[in-house]
Design a protein around this ligand. Structure first.
Ligand SMILES: [Mg+2]
Length: 213
């Protein structure tokens, strides 16, 4: 398993740090999950910014119970972690930003799937270290941020993760990014985020300017 300490040791402290989430930032997670659900007889109805309560058993037209959702998502990672497609423009934007930033992917994929996720991301052009995390991301961002003498930026789709980083690693530039346009329409800017951007070309420009400060 690639540890945080191992990744930290590879980072150049003389450059700013960019920490990016994977699902719904680099990867079209919900779209792929939705397709998988249909093969299992379940339908995702995006009526709010969450999975729980929005997954229906197509046979009974009732909401799938939490235990079933947990099992379905576990099965999804096992079968599909290698095949989640990239968000449009993400790989080229990050490649351009890699001239300026040290880049780390911080993802809440189960630890057992970290290596498969990293291999899949590298195949799509995201050639950066991938750290798996469980629960809130603030402590991991704090540890990574301690390495750089410059500032750090963090990009995630989930408001609680942006809040966690604001709490544990104050001073981090926080970007709220939601790739899926249907999800993006269901949520406003996270209260802790400095900016909300859902497009990688715009995010590249923004982070390019931030990185020069
Ligand atoms: Mg995410």
């Amino acid at each position: 398993m690639t540890s945080l300490e191992h990744v930290a040791a590879t980072l150049n402290p003389g450059r700013p740090l960019l920490i990016v989430d994977a699902d719904e930032v680099l990867l079209r997670f919900v779209e792929h999950l939705e397709t998988f659900f249909l093969t299992q007889g379940f339908e995702l109805r995006l009526t709010s910014f969450q999975l729980s309560g929005n997954i229906y058993d197509q046979k009974t037209n009732t909401v799938a119970p939490p235990q079933m959702v947990t099992e379905l998502i576990g099965s999804f990672f096992d079968k599909c972690v290698d095949t989640v497609p990239a968000v449009y423009g993400a790989a080229s934007a990050l490649e351009n930003l890699s001239g300026q930033y040290e880049i780390v992917v911080l993802t809440n994929v189960p630890h057992a799937y970290r290596a498969r996720r990293e291999a899949a991301l590298w195949d799509m052009g995201f050639k950066y270290p991938v750290l798996s995390n469980a629960g809130e991301k603030g402590p991991a961002v704090k540890a990574l941020k301690a390495i750089t003498k410059h500032h750090a930026a963090f990009v995630d789709d989930l408001p609680p993760q942006l809040a966690s980083v604001a709490n544990h690693a104050p001073g981090t530039h926080l970007v709220h990014f939601v790739a899926d346009p249907r999800l993006a329409a269901l949520i406003t800017k996270a209260p802790d985020a400095h900016v909300r951007i859902d497009d990688w070309a715009k995010l590249q420009t923004h982070l390019g300017q931030i990185g020069q400060q």
